[in-house]
Ligand binder design. Structure first.
Ligand SMILES: Nc1ncnc2c1ncn2[C@@H]1O[C@H](COP(=O)(O)OP(=O)(O)O)[C@@H](O)[C@H]1O
Ligand SMILES: [Mg+2]
Length: 377
């Protein structure tokens, strides 16, 4: 079942290239600073999380030396861990029970996906027999040094437009890759979105299944429980109809609302009331306006057939991001042009100085055209 034995180095943050203008480098630096502070807040919040134990029950698990607890979900606890010979620590997902269904689905999904920068990478998998005879299954993931989107929301309430745009674009990129591999995540929620220094990494493909194939569809289980999480479940998931890629798009739409408005519009005091609110087809975007409202409407269309695909949402977000950058650049450009026009007039200058000013004006115009052509993100 081993996927890979060697642990790969993580990607270092991109530095501005020498061809970049100083203003776009400044913009990048400011965006990176804002992102780092979001990561810090989510790490801080992760440290405050209760009631997850902060220490592992034992220090060793087979070849692994366990460190702090990173998080826990319905099926597993995740520890920082390292083993002899590997320099980099990993996030070791240790399953609570030796039920292999979910684990096998998770490994299979990663095998199909190979690696993607927006999906936490599976590095290795295995099992260890404990002294009491129990068999413990584990998966070793690249360690994402940050918290989850849930942590970030707990720390900040809402995230603001800039961070929302980045997080939602990167989730949409991950979804594109998942759907291109004919998979459906089926459990996309804020706890399964990791906010790391290199951006977003979608985690927990434990419920991911092939797009077609009855066994994979999310619906009420035999014992009457839900597969997945009610708060982000799509109408087709709630009503036990066929679940496809559009179910993940629904969850993304709700996360966008939550990032902007600070709350999931469907969450009620209990799972039944939440499920009923989703079934009633309330307008998820009612607190949003303009482009955000349109994007959320497209992602949370109650009919899965009419709902937008992850690719369409990704393109919409991209289009939305571009004019926002350009507006800032256009403002600077206009101010520069006004200054250039005012200086020679004010100084009563003509001749060479006027030509020099014209040259400066052309440089500004050239810079503006380049940004128009390539975007600035
Ligand atoms: N690669 C990772 N790096 C850092 N923390 C992680 C990583 N993967 C998971 N976690 C943390 O562990 C928690 C549970 O992991 P998850 O895979 O979602 O388990 P479950 O299948 O039980 O829900 C996540 O919500 C997150 O806090
Ligand atoms: Mg999870």
């Amino acid at each position: 079942m081993t996927i890979r034995n060697s642990l790969q180095p993580t990607v270092s943050p991109t530095l501005p290239s020498s061809r970049e203008t100083s203003s776009s480098a400044r913009l990048r630096a400011r965006a990176a600073q804002a992102w780092n502070s979001l990561v810090d807040d989510s790490i801080d919040q992760r440290a405050r999380r209760r009631p997850v134990a902060t220490e592992p029950p034992c220090r060793r698990l087979g070849p692994w030396r366990l460190g702090r607890v990173l998080g826990a979900g319905a099926t597993a606890s995740v520890f920082e861990a390292s083993r002899a010979g590997d320099e980099r620590p990993v996030a070791l997902k240790v399953f609570h029970e030796s039920t292999t269904d979910r684990l096998a689905g998770e490994v299979d999904a990663h095998r199909r996906l190979r690696s993607h920068p927006r999906i936490a990478e599976l590095l290795d998998s295995g099992q260890t027999r404990l002294e009491d005879g129990r068999l413990v299954h584990w998966l070793a993931y690249e360690l994402v040094e940050g918290g989850t989107l849930r942590d970030a929301l707990r720390a900040r309430g809402a995230l603001g437009e800039e961070a929302t745009l980045r997080v939602s674009r990167e989730i949409a990129e991950a979804l594109e890759a998942i759907h291109d591999a004919c998979l459906v995540h089926r459990d996309l929620k804020t706890e399964n979105v990791l906010i790391g220094p290199d951006g977003v990494k979608v985690a927990d493909l434990g419920l991911a299944r092939r797009e077609r194939g009855g066994a994979g569809a999310a619906r009420l289980t035999e014992d009457g429980g839900f597969v997945g999480t009610v708060a982000y479940s799509s109408p087709e998931q709630i009503t036990g109809r066929d679940v496809g890629p559009k179910t993940d798009v629904w969850a993304l739409g709700l996360m966008i609302v939550e990032m902007l408005a600070g709350r999931n519009p469907y969450v009620r005091s209990n799972p039944f009331a939440t499920a009923s609110a989703i079934g009633q087809g309330l307008d998820a975007s009612r607190e949003l306006s303009g482009s955000w409202g349109r994007i959320v409407d497209a992602a949370t269309e109650p009919s899965a057939v009419k709902r937008a695909s992850a690719r369409t949402i990704a393109r919409e977000l991209e289009r939305f991001a571009k004019p926002r950058n350009l507006r800032g650049v256009a403002k600077n450009f206009l101010m520069g042009a006004m200054l250039v026009a005012w200086m020679p007039i004010n100084a009563g200058l003509r001749g060479d100085v006027g030509i020099a000013m014209l040259g400066l004006f052309s440089v500004l115009l050239f810079g503006f055209m380049r940004v128009l052509a390539h975007g600035d993100r």
